[in-house]
Design a protein around this ligand. Structure first.
Ligand SMILES: Nc1nc2c(ncn2[C@@H]2O[C@H](COP(=O)(O)OP(=O)(O)OP(=O)(O)O)[C@@H](O)[C@H]2O)c(=O)[nH]1
Length: 573
């Protein structure tokens, strides 16, 4: 169904939404659906004023505290202890991180009654999340707060036989929402969710293999997919993945294969048909009786031979690109700006398969900082005010020498007394980038904002390579991943940091003292002589040569990742 046609459930829903708002006298001009992730408390209070029967917050709301270090002095906990406590609390409250449920409804309900019920249920949901925020060990990150966007999701979940959760292959678990899978099963126990691991062209085969193990171990239905590669194939264009040359010949595991368009269509159809078949064969209708409706088919499309597959996921993961590749031409807008898709669209692929594209949604989650969400592409770069924090996410993830190689820049080395493995600081990266590109503001200062935008764009688009490994890997397992994707594992008893070189620190402090007239040259020279007599320097040189060894046998640059217990953090050594 084309964009210009004046039919379609999505269009009808938008029309109904706008009509309803007009009738309520709250809308003077046409309201465009907009994502609210940064809604402030004042908006919440206005919302509350409109619906006073349902208080939003149980106690006065406190602002989100993203600074983990700020509480150290207060309760005399170390940063590490605080992190551990936070993880414990997160695990304890994980089940409270729910997506809002659509309240029970029936076909004979009036539009007003339906709307009121939905608003009430939504406010209760927001209040439950606000309560979580009152726990000072929990950090709830920005999530979608526009009821109308959630309504779109409800419709897609209800209509679909198979739900496809599109995720970015570089960090699949960050984009996965297990509670949405649970919600789909609540709506109809036969509905299933498939993880479409998109942008797989940016993930080396060896890393895909590790994820296959994880998906199998956790019983997750998955498909590796590249909407970009599939779109190029549809348009008859050549697509060269940055990893292609290195992956060729190494990928013997069929489970790591990236599906092409026809394979994906066939698999989606067969999975959805299986669900419909199971539903038909099931003796009793297990759907909760209070969510039945006569007008809408909650159990997907079981009444006809046509199966419906709904695409859901965070903004910018590639839902629209996927739909375009499946449909075979451009039907939905694709851009690197998250939140482009505002209304779900229904597209008929064949007389047996229909797909539904839902707007991208930021699901509630714990402790992913706003900067990380910007770096992951789910919050728009345009809304970024703290560019250094967001760029630090990039600097922490992409190995130093890879950044240097890709940008052809030289980053300042860590000071001798600093851990040599420490990632570059955002300020160092931004300044080096600005200097190399001559990015200067009108006042003559480095134009860090412009540089930050470009660096983040490169990170999101895959020009700066990065990816996460599955969390099950032990924290003592050290992965050597070269730029071309091969992973070798070995164990080392390091925690990602090199032992401080005390002698070097002393030397450095000496230079500092000398420069500031705090110590005489004589004393310093004596110390230097003493250390020389103890043969410490040659030892140090040897250590350094071991440290800087970052080429493999083929002369390829090697990046080493140390897996930490928490999925998303790697420490480069
Ligand atoms: N490398 C690579 N990039 C992709 C792939 N699929 C999508 N992209 C890029 O990811 C960005 C977002 O793609 P969209 O299809 O607009 O994402 P979306 O999920 O529909 O986004 P919303 O409209 O915000 O919900 C675009 O810049 C795409 O070019 C892929 O398979 N590989």
């Amino acid at each position: 169904m084309g964009k210009n046609q004046k039919t379609g459930v999505g269009r009808a829903l938008v029309k109904q939404h706008n009509q309803q708002s007009k009738e309520n006298g709250r809308l003077q001009k046409k309201k465009v659906l907009e994502s609210f992730t940064e809604i402030s408390d004042i908006d919440a209070i206005i919302e509350q004023a409109e619906h006073p029967q349902q208080p939003l917050f149980s106690t006065p709301h406190r602002p989100i505290n993203l600074d983990l270090s700020s509480g150290i002095g207060k309760n005399e906990m170390t940063l590490e202890e605080m992190r551990k406590q936070q993880k414990r609390e997160e695990a304890l409250h994980a089940s409270s991180l729910r997506v809002p449920r659509r309240p029970p409804w029936r076909a004979h309900m009036s539009v007003e009654e339906l709307g009121d019920n939905e608003r009430q249920a939504f406010l209760i949901w927001r209040r439950s999340l606000a309560r979580l925020e009152e726990n000072e060990n929990l950090v709830l990150t920005p999530f979608e707060k526009n009821l109308d966007i959630w309504r779109q999701l409800w419709r897609v979940v209800e209509r679909s036989d198979l739900l496809v959760m599109v995720v970015d292959s570089r960090d699949p678990l960050f984009y996965r929402c297990p509670d949405l899978e649970a919600y789909a099963r609540e709506v109809d126990e036969h509905k299933r969710t498939l993880l479409l691991v998109n942008k797989a062209d940016l993930l080396p085969a060896s890393v895909r293999e590790k994820w296959v193990e994880y998906f199998h171990a956790h019983n997750i239905l998955y498909i590796f997919w590249s909407a970009k590669a599939a779109s190029a194939a549809v348009e008859g264009k050549m697509f060269r993945s940055p990893l292609e040359a290195d992956d060729s010949g190494k990928n013997n595991n069929p489970d790591t294969e990236i599906y092409d368009r026809d394979e994906l269509l066939a698999r989606l159809q067969s999975e959805a048909e299986e669900i419909v078949e199971m539903r038909r064969n099931s003796s009793s209708d297990t759907r909760p009786s209070n969510i039945h409706s006569s007008g809408e088919n909650l159990a997907g499309s079981s009444s006809s031979n046509n199966v419906i597959v709904g695409f859901v996921g965070y903004p910018n993961v590639g839902k629209s690109s996927t739909i375009n590749a499946l449909v075979g031409k451009k039907r939905t807008g694709v851009t690197s700006t998250p939140g482009k898709t505002k209304h779900f669209q229904t597209l008929i692929i064949s007389n047996k398969l229909t797909v539904c594209d839902c707007p991208g949604l930021v699901f509630p989650s714990f402790s992913s900082s706003r900067y990380r969400m910007i770096a992951c592409g789910v919050l728009p770069i345009d809304r970024m005010t703290e560019h250094r924090e967001a760029v630090q996410v990039v600097a922490d993830k992409v190995p130093r020498h890879v950044i240097e190689e890709i940008y052809k820049i030289s980053l300042p080395k860590p000071k001798p007394y600093e851990p040599q493995s420490r990632p570059p600081l955002a300020s160092e990266l931004l300044r080096a980038y600005c200097a190399s590109r001559r990015y200067v503001t009108a006042s003559g200062l480095p134009d860090e904002t412009r540089a930050a935008r470009q660096i983040l764009k490169d990170y999101i688009d895959g020009k700066l390579p990065h990816y996460e490994m599955p969390p099950a890997m032990s924290n003592v397992e050290l992965y050597s991943v070269n730029l071309h994707g091969s992973v070798s594992s070995r164990t080392e008893d390091v925690d990602g940091k090199l032992a401080p070189d005390f002698e070097q620190v002393l030397d450095d402090l000496n230079s500092f003292d000398m420069a500031n007239g705090l110590v005489s040259n004589e004393v310093t020279i004596k110390k230097a002589d003493a250390s020389h007599n103890h043969h410490r320097k040659p030892q140090r040189k040897k250590d350094r040569s071991q440290r800087t060894e970052n080429n493999d046998a083929d002369g390829m640059p090697v990046v080493r990742f140390l897996q930490k217990p928490i999925n998303t953090s790697y420490v480069k050594v």
